[in-house]
Design a protein around this ligand. Sequence first.
Ligand SMILES: Nc1nc2c(c(=O)[nH]1)N[C@H]1C(S)=C(S)[C@@H](COP(=O)(O)OP(=O)(O)OC[C@H]3O[C@@H](n4cnc5c(=O)[nH]c(N)nc54)[C@H](O)[C@@H]3O)O[C@H]1N2
Ligand SMILES: Nc1nc2c(c(=O)[nH]1)N[C@H]1C(S)=C(S)[C@@H](COP(=O)(O)OP(=O)(O)OC[C@H]3O[C@@H](n4cnc5c(=O)[nH]c(N)nc54)[C@H](O)[C@@H]3O)O[C@H]1N2
Ligand code: SF4
Ligand SMILES: [Mo]
Length: 748
Amino acid sequence: MATLPVDRRSIVEQFGPHRAEMSGIRLDPGVEPDRLVKTHCCFCGQQCGIQLKVKDDQVIGFEPWLEFPFNRGMLCPKGVKRYLQASHPDRLLHAMQRDPSAPGGFRAMEYDAAITRVADAIRRIQSEHGPDAFAVLTGASLTTEKAYLMGKFARVALRTANIDYNGRLCMVSAAAGNKKAFGIDRAANPWSDIPRAELVWISGANVAECAPITTDYVWQARENGARIIVVDPRITPIARTCDLFLPVKPGRDAALFAGVLHLMIEHDWLDHDFIEKHTVGFDAVAQSVNEWTPARTAEVTGITESSLRRAAEWWGTAQTSFLLHARGIEHHAHGVQNVLGAINIVLASGRIGRDNCGYATITGQGNGQGGREHGQKCDQLPGARDIVNPEHRAHICKIWGIEERDLPQAGVDAYEIVRKIDRGEIRGLLSICFNPKVSLPDNNFVTRALEKLDFYVAIDFFLNETSQHADIVLPGSLHEEDEGTVTQIEGRVIKINKAVACPGEARQDWLIIQDIAAAIGRDRGFTFSSPREIFDELRVASKGGVADYSGITYEKIERQFGVFWPCPSEDHPGTPRLFEPGSWNPVARGAGPFYFPDGKARFNVAEYRPPVEDTDEHYPLMLTTGRVVSQFLSGTQTRRIGPLVEQYPEPRIELHPRLADQHGIATGDWVTVESRRGDSTLRALVVTTIRPDTVFIPYHWAGRRSANQLTISAQDPISKIPEYKACAVRIRKADEPPDWESQFEPQQ
Ligand SMILES: Nc1nc2c(c(=O)[nH]1)N[C@H]1C(S)=C(S)[C@@H](COP(=O)(O)OP(=O)(O)OC[C@H]3O[C@@H](n4cnc5c(=O)[nH]c(N)nc54)[C@H](O)[C@@H]3O)O[C@H]1N2
Ligand SMILES: Nc1nc2c(c(=O)[nH]1)N[C@H]1C(S)=C(S)[C@@H](COP(=O)(O)OP(=O)(O)OC[C@H]3O[C@@H](n4cnc5c(=O)[nH]c(N)nc54)[C@H](O)[C@@H]3O)O[C@H]1N2
Ligand code: SF4
Ligand SMILES: [Mo]
């Protein structure tokens, strides 16, 4: 019987009260587990280490895992409650088929019969309409092994070009910007570079609610004397403790970064040596920011000239710094331009690739990083290779044992898959780990499209809102029911360990995929007997690519508390900090630190454009959307966890007292919000922490409570990310509560 390794007192003594509280330590001496399994949280990209308490093949609780270096035992409210999913009454235990006459619209069926129906539908649709008429939507909460398998399954077993993933809604603007500027898409630095930075700049990231453990790194920096700058239309919890808050109007970050660079040039706060030796393209960018005078920048961004000047001076004159951003600047139809603007001020400062000087986007989903590297994106092959590059294609075809002509070309992005469904060009869909009916913008359109499918199969452990449209639902696996790797926020590959078996007839996701491959007679290449075998193939496939995992093994991960990629050989320790002189780089081969043949980073002109749908007299307010700490993404998982629902039971619309007064609205009143695409009636939360011209709604709820009834499906032309963070709306005090209020029973 394992002894419990810590008690509350020792944590308080070791880490101080705030961390002990974040750990949510809840010692329950009455229940002795049979085992403790070291693994990671199933939710956000930080992937906190956690130990699951297991008794009688059930997860009954958790213990902090103090040794795991990233979070050292700390957890947020979601991590603390995640274990309540496994025994939830809604957990799918059988394959299900749609049957309108059955309670809930579905009835259980034999697993084998379900697989046969899926295989028949794939064969029929593909023979009638061609291979690309069957599409696949996947997710970045999957382990990297599963993400790799899904990319291979779509191209090799289904022979369809049309696979894309929910990271399209999340990481792609940052990925595209990083690839354009650095040639590689990964946090440039480990988080251990944050505490000693003199200045931490945070743009569009609600760090305390969405990356709670990162707060601790920022606070350590503050304790060491750092200044903190936060850019957000809302005074988020991290902004309450910052030194300079810039209340940007939604959708104006490219203008802000241009204004900062303008002042850096004017005052010669530049690292000329770095710019000269390690970059190209500075002159064109300098030229492009010429017009961004402080006056013009202030007018466009809504930030005062004096705050702008102060921010530029602090950034320009710092010796060390760390710039972080997240979806606040990325979820825009010009998200890539915003990211390039951020990178330009980093490159101009020369503060990257060395101690305490860093830059990163804050990865969102659990495997937001690993999930975007190994081929589940519509234009990508394993190792962060490009599907249109002949050499990359040849390399992967050899490993997959197929002819190059049989490997499909690039497919379309996730939203375009939905548009193709709407147009009848895609007739069949397999989705795994994605809930597009809730999470895609303008989701009334998505719902109409889903109803047009000839056949839809979903793989999940809960029946999410999108699966309600499925013909067949296959019962997949929870995090704790499988093993594999994920790559967390810093680029560190870590190991998820299996704690319990799948209940009922649920199966591990990768086995379900292989069952389908076998049933359509394409099991060649899909006979793996464990995630380890998949990982070993992935290692070989990634070799020589930018995201090189070839030197990473499960054992090495356990030994080192994770391995940072790139890691090109088993005797290579991995690469915590990118762009250091002399670090391994297969593209530059010694020419310089960045991932281009000349080893130099690229300045890119970052154009400012206003949001696609700006405010006007009919829709005078900007709506921006995002998250709250106790809910996760489309809410499928966290809306089922009672204590998390209690913390934030329903979406509320945040608005400023001045705006509220104009409409006679007080906190708790019902407010109807309308955009050109839909409306929703929600309760008001009147707060002084938001711009008076902006309203905010968290998006974790479905149906009439969903923020995505209102959002716009405009996308960035390069990354194809949707513009979740800016659309025009109007509000009015509602005459009566919405229908859903009386029907609403929290799912617990
Ligand atoms: N609790 C919780 N944590 C999560 C998640 C979750 O669902 N719940 N999801 C995970 C995932 S997948 C992701 S992607 C991350 C997201 O993490 P974040 O990006 O930090 O979260 P968001 O709430 O989407 O948006 C961040 C901030 O952007 C601000 N913002 C809106 N418009 C603009 C703008 O135009 N400019 C600027 N500068 N800021 C703007 C919003 O006010 C908000 O405070 O969180 C991860 N962690
Ligand atoms: N308005 C608005 N909309 C947004 C955003 C926003 O800020 N505003 N943010 C966007 C962002 S950043 C993101 S990441 C997306 C997320 O959007 P989605 O990916 O649609 O949201 P999830 O809730 O993660 O849906 C994933 C589904 O996968 C299941 N699942 C989780 N893990 C596994 C697994 O290991 N195996 C299987 N088989 N299933 C699994 C869950 O039960 C859930 O049903 O939403 C986007 N939508
Ligand atoms: S949700 Fe994120 S911050 Fe919270 S415990 Fe899980 S990994 Fe850590
Ligand atoms: Mo995300």
